[in-house]
Design a protein around this ligand. Structure first.
Ligand code: ZN
Length: 177
């Protein structure tokens, strides 16, 4: 997900809409394989790509061409929300096999963009608060509740893992320069 609704120069490493991998239902990561070099390398690649995107808030594995249920959240995002100050010093957060286990009935319409949909922005209705259960990069299970931008990011990234993009759900989509 993009943090703000403005365009960035083309970046080679983020897969763009039109590529089939963005439309696949991503596969679960076998828990025993989380410590493996293969998975750790994928995580490192995701971190590198996300850190190269100045307006990137989060990135899902299909966005680097890997159809696995993983997303990462940039440190700069969760470090900024008031309720998340205890994690402000933490590095990028890793979510493996995430599921949204709770979502608020209360919804809001928010502006959203995506690193895989360059040059477009949209308005989308999402739950204002959600709780995600996932495994971290060490294979430890955790759950994390969030509101605001974080809740929006969780929903956006979980959608990616089911092959859904914000342009499928947006009430309105517009071009940005
Ligand atoms: Zn996205």
């Amino acid at each position: 997900m993009k943090k703000l609704c403005y365009s960035t120069p083309m970046h080679d490493t983020v897969v763009q809409v039109g590529e089939p991998v963005l439309r696949e239902k991503a596969r679960e990561v076998p828990l025993a394989s989380i410590p493996s070099k293969e998975i750790q390398d994928i995580l490192a690649r995701m971190v590198a790509v996300l850190e190269g995107e100045r307006d990137g808030a989060a990135l899902a594995a299909p966005q680097i061409g890997v159809p696995l249920r993983i997303f990462i959240l940039a440190e700069r995002v969760f470090g900024k929300t008031g309720s998340d100050t205890k994690n402000a010093g933490q590095k990028n957060m890793v979510f493996i096999n995430p599921t949204i286990i709770k979502r608020s009935k209360k919804k809001g319409t928010l502006e959203e963009g995506c690193l895989s949909v360059r040059g477009k922005c949209g308005s989308i209705t999402r739950s204002l608060n959600v709780t995600v259960e996932a495994y971290n990069e060490k294979g430890e299970k955790f759950s994390r509740g969030a509101g605001g931008l974080l809740a929006q990011a969780f929903q956006h990234e979980c959608d990616h893992l089911d092959g859904t993009l914000f342009i499928d759900k947006a009430k309105e989509v517009w071009k940005i320069e």
